[in-house]
Design a protein around this ligand. Structure first.
Ligand code: ATP
Ligand code: MG
Length: 309
C-alpha cells in the first residue's frame, strides 16, 4: 500500500510538472527556434535617400596616395561589401567615414554601429549579457535570443568576457553593436578568427538585417551571401557595382581590356587575402595543404594577368 501511495504521489507530481512544462513552453519556444529578426524601431529610421556621400576625397600617407578626388554614394538599405587587396585603403576609408572626414557626409539621423578587430568595446570584467545589455535598446529576452543564435546558449551568457576566446569576443562584440540604437552598420573584417558555425550565425543575422550595411570582408562566401553592391578601390578612386558578388565576377569575366584585367586582379587578390587569413588560423594538415595549393595557384593567376597589362 505504501508503494501504491508513493506512486500516486509521484504520478500527481509528474502531472503537475507536465502542466507546468506545457505552461512554460510557449514562452521558451523562440529560444528553440533561435531566430532573432532585427526589427527597425521607427525612431531610428533614416528618411534620407543617400546615407553616406563622399565627394573629392583625397588621402595620402606620407608619399603613398590612397584616394585622389574619389567619390561615392551609399543609398538607404544598401548592403555594400568593400573588397580589395591588402593595403588598398579599405580600413582607411572606413575610418574616414567614422571620423566625419570633411569630404564625407553622413545623413542626418544616421546612428553608426562600428566594429573592427583592433578596437575593443567589451568590458572584460563584465559578463557577455551585462556587456550587451548596458547599451541595448532591446529587452534582455531579445538579446538572449540573438546570443543563442550566435551560439551562446543558456548559462554561457553569464561568462565573463575576459575568459572568452578571440572568436567568442568577436561574436559578443557583434551582438552588442547590433542591439544598440543604430541604423547604419559598419563592419571591418568581422569574420576573421571565426569558426564556420559562428560565421554562419553572423551571416544569417546580417541577411536579416534590413538597414544600411557597409562591410569590409575577404570572405567570398560571406560577401556573396550578404552584399547587394560591391565597392572597390582602383587607381585611387572608389567604384560601386550595383549587384552581388557573383554578378560582379561574371561581369569581370566577360569583359576585356586593361581596366577589366585590373578588376580581375582585384578579385584574385581578394581571394588571396582570404587564403592568407585562413592559412594563419588553420591547424589541420589536409586543409593546410589545400590552402597552400590554392595560394600558389592564385599567385600564378595574378602574375599571368599582371603580365597582360
Ligand atoms: N596611420 C597610417 N600611417 C601611415 N600609413 C598608413 C596608416 N594607415 C594606413 N596606412 C597605409 O595605407 C595603406 C592602406 O591601409 P589600409 O589599412 O586602409 O588597408 P586595407 O585595405 O584596410 O588593408 P587590409 O586588407 O590589410 O586590412 C597601407 O599601405 C597602409 O600601410
Ligand atoms: Mg583593413
Amino acid at each position: 500500500m505504501g508503494g501504491q501511495n508513493a506512486k500516486a504521489t509521484l504520478d500527481k507530481k509528474v502531472k503537475n510538472l507536465r502542466k507546468r512544462i506545457e505552461h512554460l513552453e510557449p514562452k521558451e519556444k523562440p529560444l528553440e527556434h533561435g531566430k532573432a529578426k532585427i526589427d527597425i524601431l521607427d525612431s531610428s529610421k533614416i528618411h534620407s535617400k543617400i546615407i553616406i556621400e563622399g565627394k573629392k576625397i583625397n588621402k595620402k600617407f606620407h608619399k603613398k596616395t590612397i584616394f585622389k578626388d574619389a567619390e561615392f554614394s551609399i543609398f538607404n538599405a544598401n548592403k555594400i561589401a568593400l573588397i580589395g587587396p591588402n593595403g588598398c585603403g579599405k580600413s582607411t576609408l572606413i575610418k574616414m567615414i567614422i571620423d566625419h572626414h570633411p569630404t564625407i557626409r553622413v545623413a542626418h539621423g544616421a546612428k553608426i554601429g562600428y566594429f573592427s578587430q583592433d578596437m575593443s568595446i567589451l568590458d572584460d570584467n563584465l559578463s557577455i549579457i551585462e556587456n550587451v545589455m548596458n547599451t541595448s535598446i532591446h529587452p534582455e529576452s531579445f538579446a538572449r535570443l540573438l546570443l543563442a543564435r550566435l551560439l551562446f546558449k543558456g548559462n554561457s551568457v553569464y561568462k565573463k568576457v575576459g575568459v572568452l576566446s578571440g572568436g567568442e569576443q568577436v561574436k559578443a562584440s557583434f551582438a552588442k553593436i547590433i542591439l544598440q540604437d543604430i541604423n547604419l552598420l559598419i563592419l571591418d573584417e568581422p569574420t576573421n578568427y571565426l569558426d564556420i558555425d559562428s560565421l554562419e550565425a553572423i551571416e544569417s543575422t546580417l541577411k536579416d538585417y534590413d538597414k544600411t550595411l557597409l562591410l569590409v570582408s575577404h570572405d567570398r562566401r560571406f560577401i556573396s551571401a550578404i552584399a547587394d553592391h560591391i565597392m572597390t578601390i582602383e587607381n585611387y578612386k572608389i567604384h560601386i557595382f550595383k549587384g552581388g558578388y557573383e554578378e560582379f565576377l561574371e561581369r569581370n569575366n566577360k569583359s576585356h581590356g586593361g581596366e577589366e584585367i585590373q578588376k580581375q586582379i582585384i578579385v584574385l587578390e581578394t581571394k588571396l587575402s582570404e587564403v592568407i587569413g585562413k592559412l594563419s588560423i588553420e591547424s589541420k594538415n589536409e586543409n593546410l595543404e589545400a590552402l597552400d595549393k590554392e595560394y600558389y595557384n592564385l599567385l600564378g593567376e595574378i602574375k599571368e594577368l599582371k603580365g597582360k597589362l
